[in-house]
Design a binder for this molecule. Structure first.
Ligand SMILES: CCCCCCC/C=C/C(=O)SCCNC(=O)CCNC(=O)[C@H](O)C(C)(C)COP(=O)(O)OP(=O)(O)OC[C@H]1O[C@@H](n2cnc3c(N)ncnc32)[C@H](O)[C@@H]1OP(=O)(O)O
Ligand SMILES: NC(=O)C1=CN([C@@H]2O[C@H](COP(=O)(O)OP(=O)(O)OC[C@H]3O[C@@H](n4cnc5c(N)ncnc54)[C@H](OP(=O)(O)O)[C@@H]3O)[C@@H](O)[C@H]2O)C=CC1
Length: 281
């Protein structure tokens, strides 16, 4: 990829970042922009093969001056999250930045989601993010400070056919506010980014229906977002330009959250009005 950033080269020279899900899609773009700006980046997700392949590709790009390494980690498994944080501190001496980007869900009406499926999505998107924050704190940031960015989603008006992830991401939005307060005096800033619909091949491959094409008509911009449009905001939030910004969620959605919804509700008469008509009591 021909990496190109609006930020100055070496902005993050000497910094160390962890990007979960950093081998694919949005996470891969964040990783490349950070490394292009001089940051050493550790990418972490379940598939060692995906991680190895991504790290080899990134490290062969002369435009990336930071080094990219990888540690397999399922964010749903606390022992693996703990190992990730300890290993990074051992190998690099610190953790300056944590980008909680790993996540996912499946398209399913609420009434059909199994408990196992619900738990899988909550564990990945909410508990996984919490565990990464908590163990980054315990391993390094609690004593030394740091900056965290969580990737969430456009769930502001509910998230029909994705209620599990809507609930999890909404909780991460709230977690972001709480941790910004609890950890301010430890020198930790934490913010979230809520992307709209962002096309990447890996993201699209997860869905049987072509929801990314369907979503174009829901966009005030007339187009989907690109991973670079998320990455730039993440770099801004990690940078000193955002030194007074914490506990906030930045919507990066081209105003999708102000506009239409994927769900079409048919005309119906299932929610009749209440009228003061004693015969109905
Ligand atoms: C305008 C709006 C447009 C919306 C655009 C979309 C916006 C969002 C885009 C993105 O987020 S793109 C990134 C997407 N990437 C992913 O989703 C990848 C990661 N996803 C997953 O890994 C899974 O979906 C997972 C469930 C979160 C985790 O999977 P895991 O491998 O751990 O578990 P599984 O064994 O696969 O499943 C566990 C359990 O979950 C239920 N389940 C899984 N898939 C489905 C499905 N398609 N339909 C119904 N239920 C499903 C099921 O109960 C599984 O258990 P078993 O039945 O297999 O025993
Ligand atoms: N694309 C979009 O339109 C939107 C995306 N998002 C969110 O942005 C983030 C990145 O998505 P995107 O790049 O589009 O899609 P991808 O599918 O490319 O990225 C998801 C990443 O999460 C990793 N992952 C999934 N489950 C786990 C787990 N249990 N432990 C560790 N890593 C895990 C995957 O790697 P591996 O399989 O190796 O574990 C993969 O690298 C996700 O949180 C996504 O939900 C939010 C809103 C919209």
């Amino acid at each position: 990829m021909n990496v190109c950033s609006v930020f100055k080269l070496n902005l993050f020279a000497g910094k160390v970042a962890i990007v979960t899900g950093g081998g694919t899609g949005i996470g891969a773009t964040i990783t490349q922009e950070l490394a292009h700006l001089g940051c050493d980046v550790v990418i972490a997700s379940r598939s060692e093969e995906k991680l190895r392949h991504a790290a080899e590709k990134f490290n062969s790009n002369p435009k990336l001056t930071g080094k990219v390494s990888y540690i397999p980690c399922n964010v749903r498994k606390e022992d693996q999250v703990k190992n990730l944080m300890h290993t990074v501190v051992k190998q690099f001496g610190k953790i300056d930045f944590l980008v909680n980007n790993s996540g996912g869900q499946f398209f399913c009406p609420a009434e059909e989601i199994s408990k196992k499926g619900w738990n899988a999505v909550i564990d990945t998107n909410l508990t996984g993010t919490f565990l990464c924050c908590q163990h980054a704190f315990q391993s390094w940031m609690g004593e030394n400070g740091g900056t965290i960015v969580n990737i969430i989603a456009n769930m502001w008006r509910g998230f029909p056919v994705f209620c599990h992830t809507g609930a999890a991401r909404s909780a991460v939005d709230n977690l972001t506010k709480t941790l910004a307060l609890e950890w301010a005096d430890k020198g930790i800033r934490i913010n979230s980014v809520a992307p709209g619909t962002i096309y990447s091949e890996t993201a699209a491959a997860n869905y049987p229906r072509d929801i990314f094409s369907e979503a174009i008509k829901l966009q005030p911009t007339g187009r989907l977002g690109g991973p670079e449009e998320i990455s730039g905001i993440v770099c801004f939030l990690l940078s000193p330009a955002a030194a007074f910004l914490t506990g906030e969620t930045v919507k990066v959605d081209g105003a999708e959250s102000l506009y239409k919804c994927l769900l079409q509700i048919p005309m119906h008469n299932q929610l009749p009005a209440w009228k003061w008509d004693k015969s109905k009591l």
